[in-house]
Design a protein around this ligand. Sequence first.
Ligand code: PAF
Length: 283
Amino acid sequence: MNIVSTIAEVRAEVTQQRALGQRIGFIPTMGYLHEGHQSLVKAAKRANTFAVCSIFVNPTQFAPGEDFDSYPRDAARDQELLESAGCDLLFRPTVEEMYPRPTVTYVTLDTLSTRLCGKSRPTHFRGVATVVAKLLHIVQPDEVFFGQKDGQQLLVIRRMVDDLNFPVQVTSVPTFREADGLAKSSRNIYLTPDERQRASILYRALTAAKQVVDAGERDGQRVRQHLLATLSSEPDFCVDYAEVVDASTLEPLETIRGDVMMAVAVYVGKARLIDNFQFHVSG
Ligand code: PAF
């Protein structure tokens, strides 16, 4: 795996690979990688011939007081995980390389970025959309890969790519889960052993609420109450939101039908955990 840190280097390498006939798959990440990221690299490699990964802890998606400085970083381990997953090129820019001067240009999305996580993190998706737009312009991949765990992020990026005609295919990969259902996340490292043991409550709440839908419940508010009832069994976990929304607009559903996203966010000690299920209800 080749490792580069400047925009000029990554562009030169990708241009050369493209001239050799390679199809480029791209996986943007913030590092501190895990099996979920490896599954993205493997998917990129299956559908393309050359996999590019970026590791960049993007300051513009963290608000003041959030965990930008303490976000976990382990460059050596990340490199090993990427190599074993089959990554061909790693782009690891500095903040100065990506933002040589204070940014005045942002990509913002009306509505989609203000719902769910956007309520407690109002500038987060502006930062995500902006850095992903920059990375897509820098790498110019044929296909870009994201995990379904960050369901709102995936939707924001799909919509940006569609609205702004980016010539790239966006592909999502299923959430990688621990044996007890907890979605893999770099931020799980913030959990104490006791919190970690109880953190599968997000998955259990989603699973139980989905069973209620499968049994025929179509009232969005009642399903939301089911989510909250399960989450409240861990009283020291503070619920940020528990929602049942339309999967393409993120608007709360009164009646559950069509493409549905059931999403939860919970503060657990120093961590904020999110998870979601997406499914279709016909009728
Ligand atoms: O999901 C992430 O790791 C980040 O939000 C992303 C997409 C790499 C943008 O910084």
